[in-house]
Design a protein around this ligand. Sequence first.
Ligand SMILES: Cc1cc2nc3c(=O)[nH]c(=O)nc-3n(C[C@H](O)[C@H](O)[C@H](O)COP(=O)(O)O)c2cc1C
Length: 234
Amino acid sequence: MNAIGLQNPGIDLFCERDIPYLKNFDTKIIVNVCGHAPEEYLAVVERLADEPIDMMEINISCPNVNAGFLAFGQDAHNVEKLTAQIKKIAKQPIIMKLTPNVTDITEIARAAEAGGADAVSLINTLTGMKIDINRKTFAVANKTGGVSGPIVKPVAVRMVYQVAQAVNIPIIGMGGISCAEDAIEFLLAGASAVSVGTANFHNPAVTLEVIDGIEAYMKKNGFENVKDMVGIVK
Ligand SMILES: Cc1cc2nc3c(=O)[nH]c(=O)nc-3n(C[C@H](O)[C@H](O)[C@H](O)COP(=O)(O)O)c2cc1C
């Protein structure tokens, strides 16, 4: 469980210092964008529009100061509106990153698709709490924290499956992936790509192991292309 906030050096330093550094590598650059009001998202997206990045992932788990601190991603109407506003100014494909802290994630995914999202990614962290029984107070000063890692995987796979039945845009699946077998579950449930977060903290080589493991699984099971595996579990 983490409550580290969303530390970053700010968009100006990111553009001046970090993008040139990232361009040294032969890879795609996806920038995760957050804000506390629609204007903040739009200002960052506009600033990034002409930068040499490949995609933007919009983190809508942040509280909206204009909507009583309800997260953007918890209100389908706000998700559709924000997605449409972002799509008007972005020059790169837009991935809307969904929060699992909702009653029906398919409703939110459909709203992102209706707003023009090019893809959705899910899941962000689940809101959790730990009480320190000896100090008799919250273990995390923020009271709540975001739960991630292996414990959330069954919830994430279920949500990816549900969203895959609900929308026609591609899904990036994540939540508790720590080995190739985990990643393959997400692909079979309907994700076109996967992402690994928490597992990197205890195994920095995890993404390479996941790639090799998917390849080995494909050879063993006669799949020529990852696309052939996506969503085959109905
Ligand atoms: C330390 C930490 C920092 C994170 N920061 C972000 C962030 O800045 N933006 C975001 O969209 N998600 C963020 N997340 C959520 C992850 O990207 C991911 O959606 C979630 O943790 C589930 O995947 P995992 O179990 O592989 O970590 C963060 C997660 C962790 C653990």
